[in-house]
Design a protein around this ligand. Structure first.
Ligand SMILES: Cc1cc2nc3c(=O)[nH]c(=O)nc-3n(C[C@H](O)[C@H](O)[C@H](O)COP(=O)(O)OP(=O)(O)OC[C@H]3O[C@@H](n4cnc5c(N)ncnc54)[C@H](O)[C@@H]3O)c2cc1C
Length: 385
């Protein structure tokens, strides 16, 4: 594709494509280091998204291990295990009754070991690619190679998985455990573990872009091309063409392939729909409480808010809300074509070559790990210039 006729051609050191948490983290770091860059994105925040009246549509849970994102977010509400319910097919059961206390001690030890490994990995992930760190840790590598089903059998978790863990993992990743590996399974459970809370990310984007607003170009990238044998890149939007020495792609695979087809696209993409519903839930569906469902249902989870309001995550755009509510009104809705992107065992180097990066959830999915990939790309660029 040749530059758009009459369009400006701007030379820039770095072009970041995509203004979700990973692109914003990269931009923040480059800005703090005084580097020249442009952040090109049609939206800011990506899957951290709020309605005008401050209700979340995307990511909402963080844990105390999310040390980077915590600096740009505040805790909104604790997530106590006894406030959650799971639909067992006939009724809503408090999650505390679903735990198999005989297995719990063993499972807690497994999760402790997993958490320690993840904390170690994250401590280095701002300077070393997640894939390299994974390869250095035989324990994590084994979990990537093991299916979640094998993991559940190995640890005797069949019953508690069926009753509670699989619905939890499904509500977080929009994916039943049968399709994922043990790593995806454990990291989803870690994200909903005892240190998790509901977060308020409403100030995250303003805080992350503060001081470099003028470097943001609110457009979609329509083409990315190598020039000078890969020594630089041409990045094109509808109104401008940039010539950049470094390019950071921080868009989900589904979006990336629309402007650049040279990255492998073998990831598991899960869609999700989020609906804001005001109404009176039928008594059996536990009005006023958060309620998880098993995979295969037309709703993943109801997150109860104050005043007859639910935020509903579902696999389908049109769940049968009549079934759950005596009366209701849909206030707002959003569809995420890429809700969650799971790499399964296709982890890849975030640095494609010396000046091209593909960050975001190409390795580990979730806001803290996506943030770290942004720092990684920025630190490489800072170190090379
Ligand atoms: C409903 C939902 C709930 C979630 N809950 C949690 C949670 O509680 N905790 C957690 O850790 N994670 C959660 N996640 C996952 C988390 O939100 C993502 O892993 C993370 O936000 C991904 O950030 P990103 O920057 O990689 O990508 P994105 O947030 O997808 O950002 C990509 C950006 O690129 C832009 N873009 C796309 N195409 C183009 C183009 N052609 N040109 C320019 N810009 C483009 C988009 O507009 C967007 O701004 C949730 C996700 C969803 C959908």
């Amino acid at each position: 594709m040749t530059p758009v006729e009459g369009a400006e051609v701007l030379e820039i050191e770095t072009a970041i494509i995509g203004g979700g948490i990973s692109g914003l983290a990269c931009a923040r770091q480059l800005s703090d280091a005084g580097k020249s860059f442009v952040l090109i994105s049609d939206t800011l925040g990506g899957r951290i998204h709020y309605s005008d009246d401050g209700l979340y549509f995307g990511a909402v849970v963080m844990t105390k291990d999310y040390t980077n994102i915590c600096r740009y977010a505040t805790k909104a509400k604790s997530m106590w295990p006894w406030t959650g319910y799971v639909w067992n097919g006939q009724k809503a059961v408090n999650s505390m009754f679903l735990l198999d206390y005989r297995r719990l001690w063993h499972f807690a030890r497994v999760m402790k070991k997993f958490r320690e490994s993840i904390i170690r990995l994250r401590a280095e992930a701002d300077h070393t690619c997640q894939k390299t760190l994974l390869q250095r840790d035989p324990y994590l590598q084994k979990l990537v190679e093991q299916t979640a089903e094998e993991f559940v059998c190995e640890h005797g978790l069949e019953a508690v998985n069926e009753r509670m863990l699989n619905p939890t993992v499904n509500a977080i990743t929009f994916c039943p455990y049968e399709k994922m590996n043990a790593f995806n399974y454990c990291i989803a459970l870690l994200a909903s573990g005892n240190s998790a809370c509901f977060a308020d990310f409403t100030q995250t984007v303003p805080r992350l872009i503060s001081g470099y607003e003028q470097n943001i170009h609110r457009q979609k990238v329509i083409s990315l091309q190598e020039i000078d044998d890969g020594r630089s890149y041409q990045v094109q939007t509808d109104d401008r063409t940039y010539q950049a020495n470094n390019v950071v792609i921080s868009t989900p695979v589904r979006n990336t392939i629309q402007f650049y087809d040279k990255l492998p696209s073998q990831v598991l993409n899960r869609t999700a729909h989020v609906i804001h519903v005001r109404g009176k839930r039928r008594a059996i569906y536990n009005p006023g409480k958060s309620l998880l469902f098993k995979p295969g249902n037309d709703v993943f989870v109801f997150f109860a808010q104050t005043g007859d309001l639910d935020i509903v995550y579902c696999p389908t755009p049109e769940p049968d809300l009549e079934r759950y509510y005596q009366n209701y009104e849909v206030l707002d809705r959003i569809s995420w074509k890429t809700g969650i992107q799971l790499s399964i065992d296709k982890w890849r180097p975030l640095q494609i070559n010396h000046n091209l990066y593909a960050i975001g959830d190409y390795n580990i999915c979730g806001i803290e790990d996506s943030f770290l990939t942004g720092l990684f790309a920025a630190n490489k660029i800072i170190g090379s210039t």
